[in-house]
Design a protein around this ligand. Structure first.
Ligand SMILES: Nc1ncnc2c1ncn2[C@@H]1O[C@H](COP(=O)(O)OP(=O)(O)OP(=O)(O)O)[C@@H](O)[C@H]1O
Ligand SMILES: [Mg+2]
Length: 320
């Protein structure tokens, strides 16, 4: 598939800028899980993600927001093929990932990394953090000697703001924020161009969250990374993301540049999410009203199509 073929109709595939090609192109992604019922004799399919399409441009951060269980992590894992989709296309630089053989997929995986919510469970307690960061360099055979590997890992530690002399320590000797820095160092070791960050700051202290977000931003600038940033924290998403997709019941219901989404939310579900964000001003807080639960959209397939309400701002047709 060539990059131009990944550009789908505007209604389902919001583009970023005319003339530029997406790094990641997701088309009509679905993920269904079998659910057993009736004493295990009956299997129905649970639609965790349904007909999701979006692009991520090089050097761009796309935010994914939505309530718990809406399908954000499922999308993140499907995009990196960690948990492949039931149907739909995920293309990386125009190459359909489902069509790659094991060898090619290994090469592509090097360019797509994931950072998870809980850095402690991602780390191996019996491995020094230096060995943990070096592991992908060994797997992908990227160093000629142990000395070169040590030097590269020391450079990665410095890049994420950790002292290289900590390389010989074990995970329990670090704070939560430092552990997340170690996971980020491992993710960037293989020089990826895309990172899925699934709630990377949710397990961290508020004071440390901003440091990790700033690190992600600095690395984006320095290494030209693109991110899919999954988060519950709508304020952090606004700060970090160029565009934001709102997920509701496994579908994108609104997708827009951050300033448009936060300044002019069009979908009732987006408005409800935003109404729940606390404002650090007692006067505003007292006057703030949380919007009630949103009823489902009409069960007409066309109502889920995204339409462009203003340039770059897409919303489910049923909400208009
Ligand atoms: N392996 C699985 N088998 C069956 N159902 C699953 C499986 N994994 C996820 N689900 C279901 O898919 C839906 C979406 O899950 P997902 O983890 O993507 O949500 P999420 O938006 O990331 O939620 P959270 O914000 O809590 O992390 C949920 O209803 C979940 O129960
Ligand atoms: Mg999740």
């Amino acid at each position: 598939m060539t990059p131009s073929e990944t550009t789908a109709p505007e209604t389902t595939a919001p583009a970023h800028a005319p003339g530029s090609y997406p790094l990641i192109s997701v088309r009509n992604l679905c993920k269904h899980y079998p659910l057993r019922s009736g004493w295990g004799f009956k299997t129905t399919m649970f639609k965790a993600v349904e007909d999701v399409s979006f692009n991520i441009m090089p050097n761009e951060t796309l935010g994914l927001v939505g309530e718990s269980g809406s399908g954000k992590s499922t999308i993140g894992r499907a995009v990196t093929m960690l948990n492949p989709p039931t149907s739909g296309v995920v293309a990386f630089e125009g190459v359909d990932l489902a069509e790659q053989n094991a060898h090619e997929m290994r090469r592509m995986r090097k360019r797509m990394q994931m950072v998870f919510q809980d850095p402690y469970s991602a780390l191996n307690p019996r491995m020094t953090v230096g060995d943990y960061v070096a592991e992908p360099l060994v797997i992908h055979d990227l160093c000629a000697s142990a000395a070169e590997r040590r030097e590269l890992v020391a450079g990665l530690f410095a890049k994420v703001g950790l002292e290289p002399r900590y390389m010989a320590r074990f995970p329990h000797q670090f704070s939560g924020g430092q552990r997340q820095r170690i996971c980020i160092a491992r993710a960037i070791a293989v020089k990826p161009s895309f990172i899925v960050a699934d709630e990377p700051i949710a397990a961290l202290d508020v004071s440390i969250q901003a440091q990790v977000v700033n690190l992600l931003q600095d690395l984006q600038e320095e290494l030209g990374l693109a991110y899919l940033f999954i988060s519950h924290d709508l304020r952090m998403v606004r700060y970090l993301c160029h565009r934001v997709a709102v997920i509701w019941k496994g579908r994108i219901v609104e997708l827009a540049p951050s300033e448009l989404l936060y300044g002019n939310p069009l979908h009732p579900y987006t408005r409800r999410l935003l109404s729940a964000v606390p404002v650090p001003d007692p006067a505003i807080e007292r006057a703030r009203t949380r919007l009630p639960q949103v009823a489902g959209l009409p069960d007409d397939p066309d109502s889920h199509d995204l339409v462009e309400a203003e340039p770059g701002h897409y919303v489910a047709r049923g909400a208009l």
